[in-house]
Structures are given as structure tokens and as C-alpha cells.
Design a protein around this ligand. Structure first.
Ligand code: BES
Ligand code: MN
Ligand code: ZN
Length: 503
């Protein structure tokens, strides 16, 4: 998607789709004025309420500008960034529906809108672009069009050009914002593509390759540890989960270093289980296919490191991605096994389906030891219990540091990728005690997401600024759950917002 910020008149643009964002308050007072300026009959206002994300298409409007369609886009009361984002997503989605390739948005009121929201023009521009990326996303790589040649129903048309028409005073700021929005929007798209790829298209090696490709393209280092090296490092958690697999594991380390001075060292760890069958503790077959999304944490980390590099943030960012599938077979690990992790801590594997924490354990300890980061954040589709607690839109947040927890919460509010903090009290340790090993990977029925987090906490070697984000719910929209089902890229926006905060 080409993004253009322009101050030119609509008359000269020649777009497929002209978009007029409107606030509900504005509608009552001066809606007709705004519309008549664009040659649109005020009558339409009886149908359109300008609720956030409401989009009404008008055809054959004025001859004064060369757009074949006009979309009235509701932005709600125009006070919340969230409403603006909703509108942007709706616009992206509408444009794909209408097969509009060239879309122009009237942003003449962007300054007033920004100040009413307590945000900058740059943020509004970024959110608009990011939202358009999100709403126009379709995963059709694996569609052939063989069964529907005429209508080409398989493949969708993508927006080729998005034009933000802004007042000349804010053009520089809007351009900066739009460029940032493009980075986050496209990194999120990459993450969604990886999540949507099924197990037979994406194994541990493919994740490593995706990282290498990104590193090459955007100029940051990527080192891939293959099975032999993982064995010599003694990453017993990753190796144990991989035991049942026909595909070797990988451990990928992404490293972005700024050209100038770095303000801090940030380690991001992402769970990369390319398919989670549960292993010998096998999952029920219903909806098991959704477990292709069990590498969403890895995808978010890859997306965030790429974004940091493209935005040239003044931070040293390290992404750590342990990857494998979790399969049953004659060689698979068995419930009751005791394994030795990279840290030396022994684990009784009560349930082979609690595999994420085993691979994260190794990556957390390695990251802490090797890089001595100022802060460690891990992102993982770790527990079904987190979906029970918080649903499909909100991630669980666990942290041993109140300031860090607040920063992540705020980044969630700002990015629209919401998190809610859950406890990490030591009383939960009782549930993951093992009779024969240092710790058990299962914690019984209650508080499944908390005991999982308590388990991870053992592997950070006393680090005092660590957070774990359980994205099992918001990382993937199950069939029928939304307009566009599948991977959401959740985590990219949140992490980038957080990194920007530290920049
Ligand atoms: N990948 C799953 C968690 C999950 C479930 C993510 C549903 C997304 C949607 C994880 O590996 C898992 O299986 N966790 C178990 C842990 C249990 C065995 C202690 C769970 O949540 O049931
Ligand atoms: Mn599992
Ligand atoms: Zn899993």
C-alpha cells in the first residue's frame, strides 16, 4: 500500500473512493454544511448516525470531484482514539469490499480532532494508516481461484494507494505519523500471515527463515541455532517438546542495534510452537486446527523487532524465538518425564500439553544470561485459562515490576491491544511443586494462567523487570468470531508502543 499525504484539492485527486470522516456531534450542528461542500444532499443524515466505524457508501455524488463513490465514515464523538481506530479499520474493510484501489481521506479536521482526543496529529495519521492496513487485510495466499474463475472470489483486491488530505500546516507531522503507521501496519500484516500459515506450510525452520529474510531486508542481525547447537547449549525444554517431531527445532535470535546511543537493552521472547497437538497428552480434535496459531508470540516478536529496526528506535532490541511443533509419536516426551532445562532447573512434565512454558524457560534464561537486558518481556499463547478469564480481545499481563506493568497497560490503551494485569503471588507456587523435580509444568485446575506465569518466573534468574503477556485469546479469531477470522497480529502494536515509550 502506497501512502501519500497531500494538501491538494479533492478535485484533482481522481480517486475511486473519497472518504469523509464525520463526528456525531458535528453531524447535528454542521453536518449538512460539510456534506453540501462535497455536493451531497443532507437527506442522508437521517440514516447515518456517525457511530464509530459506521460506513455509508454514496454513489454518483458531486461532479466537483472525480470520485465514483463517497464513504461517510463515523468517528463517534470524536473524543477517543479508540473510535478513530475503529473507523480506520472499518474503512480498510469497506475499501476491500468495494474493490477500491485508490482511496482518499478528507483529514481537514485532523488538528481539532487530535486536540479533542488529547493526541497528536502524527498519532491520528499513524492510527488511520495502521487501521486501514488492519481492516483491509485478507489472507488469500492459499486460494487458487480454480473453483470460482469468473468472479475471482478467492483473491481480494487490495488498496494500492491511500491518500490523506491534510491542511498544509500539519503536513510534515502527518507524514511522519503516516510513515510510522505504515511500519506498524505492515509488520502486523507480516505477523498475521505467519500465524495464518498452517503447520504444513510453516515449521520451526520456516520461522527462522522468515526472521533471516526480515533481518536482511531491514539491516539487523539474525542468528539461528539449529538442533546440534541447541543440544550443545543444553536447551532441555525445547528439545523435550521437539522429541515427538519429524522437524528439528530452531532457536532464533534477532538483534537490532541502533546506529547511535542505545537507551536500554530490551529482550523480547516469543513462543514459537508451529502446531500444538498437545503431544502425548493430546488435545481433543475439535478445533485442533486453530493450534497452528500457537506461534503467535513468535510472530509478534518478529514483527516488533522489524518495526524497531525500520523506525530506527534508539534501543538495543533482542528477539528470542524458540520454535518447534508439539507432536505425539513413539519418540515423544511422556507425561511424568523429568527434564533438565537450560538453567539447570529440573522439571516434571505432568502434562505434555503444557509445552509452551518449557520452550520459553530456556529462551528466558538464555536471554537474561547472554544479554543482561534491562527489561524482559515474553509474549505467548500460553493458556486456555487466560481465554476463560479475559476472553478473546484482551491479553493477560503478569509482571514482577509495578512500573513495568503500568507502562505495558498504558501501551495497551494507546495501541488498542489491551492487557489486564493478573497476580503473581507466591502462594500460587504451592500448585506447581513437584515431588521428584524442582518444579512441575502443571498446576492443577485453578488459576491456570497464573501458575503458568509462576512457572516462567523461575527461569528469569531473579531479574527484577520482567513481564509475561498471555495472548491465547486475542491472537486468533476463531471461525465465525469476526469479519476476518484468523491471526490478528496482536502484540506487534503493543510492543512497538512500549518500545517507543522507552525511546
Ligand atoms: N497453546 C495452548 C494454549 C492455548 C489454548 C492457546 C487455546 C490458544 C487457545 C497451550 O500450550 C496449552 O495447551 N495449555 C494448556 C495448559 C495445561 C495443560 C496446563 C491449557 O491451557 O489447557
Ligand atoms: Mn499445549
Ligand atoms: Zn501451546
Amino acid at each position: 500500500m502506497k501512502i501519500i499525504v497531500s494538501k491538494s484539492d479533492f478535485q484533482n485527486l481522481g480517486t475511486d473512493l473519497l472518504v469523509l470522516p464525520l463526528r456525531s456531534v458535528e453531524l447535528k450542528n454542521e453536518g449538512e454544511k460539510v456534506l453540501s461542500a462535497f455536493g451531497i444532499d443532507g437527506e442522508v443524515l437521517s440514516d447515518f448516525k456517525a457511530e464509530a466505524g459506521e460506513a455509508v457508501v454514496l454513489y454518483g455524488g458531486s461532479r466537483d470531484f472525480s470520485a465514483s463513490r463517497v464513504v461517510l465514515l463515523g468517528t463517534g464523538e470524536g473524543k477517543k482514539l479508540e473510535d478513530w481506530r475503529k473507523a480506520a479499520v472499518a474503512l480498510g474493510s469497506k475499501a476491500v469490499e468495494l474493490k477500491s484501489e485508490k482511496v482518499a481521506v478528507d483529514c481537514s479536521g485532523v488538528e481539532a480532532l487530535a486536540s479533542a482526543m488529547g493526541q497528536s496529529v502524527a498519532t491520528l495519521a499513524a492510527t488511520l494508516v495502521e487501521g486501514c492496513y488492519f481492516g483491509s487485510y485478507r489472507f488469500d495466499r492459499l486460494k487458487s481461484d480454480k473453483l470460482d474463475k469468473k468472479s475471482q472470489a478467492g483473491k481480494s483486491k487490495k488498496i494500492a494507494e491511500l491518500i490523506l488530505v491534510v491542511p498544509s500546516e500539519v503536513i510534515v507531522e502527518a507524514e511522519k505519523g503516516a510513515a510510522d503507521g505504515k511500519v506498524v501496519g505492515s509488520c502486523k500484516k507480516m505477523a498475521r500471515d505467519l500465524v495464518n500459515l498452517p503447520g504444513n506450510y510453516l515449521n520451526a525452520d520456516d520461522i527462522a527463515k522468515a526472521a533471516e529474510e526480515s533481518g536482511k531486508k531491514y539491516g539487523y542481525d539474525v542468528k539461528v541455532f539449529h538442533k546440534k547447537e541447541i543440544e550443545s547449549l543444553g536447551m532441555g525444554g525445547l528439545l523435550a517438546v521437539n522429541k515427538g517431531s519429524d522437524h528439528p527445532p530452531t532457536f532464533t535470535v534477532l538483534e537490532y542495534k541502533p546506529k547511535g546511543k542505545s537507551k536500554s537493552v530490551v529482550a523480547l521472547v516469543g513462543k514459537g510452537v508451529t502446531f500444538d497437538s498437545g503431544g502425548i497428552s493430546i488435545k481433543p480434535s475439535e478445533n485442533m486446527g486453530e493450534m497452528k496459531s500457537d506461534m503467535s508470540g513468535a510472530a509478534s516478536v518478529l514483527g516488533a523487532v522489524e518495526a524497531a529496526a525500520r523506525l530506527k528506535l534508539p534501543l538495543h532490541v533482542i528477539g528470542l524465538i524458540p520454535a518447534t511443533d508439539n507432536m505425539p509419536s513413539g519418540t515423544a516426551q511422556q507425561p511424568g518425564d523429568v527434564i533438565t532445562t537450560y538453567s539447570g532447573i529440573t522439571v516434571e512434565v505432568g502434562n505434555t500439553d503444557a509445552e509452551g512454558r518449557l520452550i520459553l524457560a530456556d529462551a528466558l534464561t538464555y536471554g537474561k544470561e547472554k544479554y543482561q537486558p534491562d527489561v524482559i518481556v515474553d509474549v505467548a499463547t500460553l493458556t486456555g485459562a487466560c481465554i476463560v478469564a479475559l476472553g478473546y480481545s484482551v491479553a493477560g499481563l503478569f509482571s514482577n515490576n509495578d512500573t513495568l506493568a503500568d507502562e505495558i497497560f498504558q501501551a495497551g490503551e494507546q495501541s488498542g491491544e489491551k492487557v489486564w494485569r493478573m497476580p503473581l503471588w507466591d502462594l500460587y507456587d504451592e500448585q506447581i511443586k513437584s515431588d521428584i523435580a524442582d518444579v512441575s509444568n502443571t498446576g492443577g485446575r485453578g488459576a491456570g494462567s497464573v501458575t503458568a506465569a509462576k512457572f516462567l518466573e523461575k527461569f528469569i534468574d531473579g531479574h527484577t523487570r520482567w513481564a509475561h503477556i498471555d495472548i491465547a485469546g486475542p491472537s486468533f479469531t476463531p471461525k465465525g468470531g469476526g469479519k476476518v477470522n484468523g491471526g490478528t497480529g496482536f502484540g506487534v502494536g503493543l510492543l512497538v508502543e512500549l518500545l517507543k515509550k522507552w525511546s
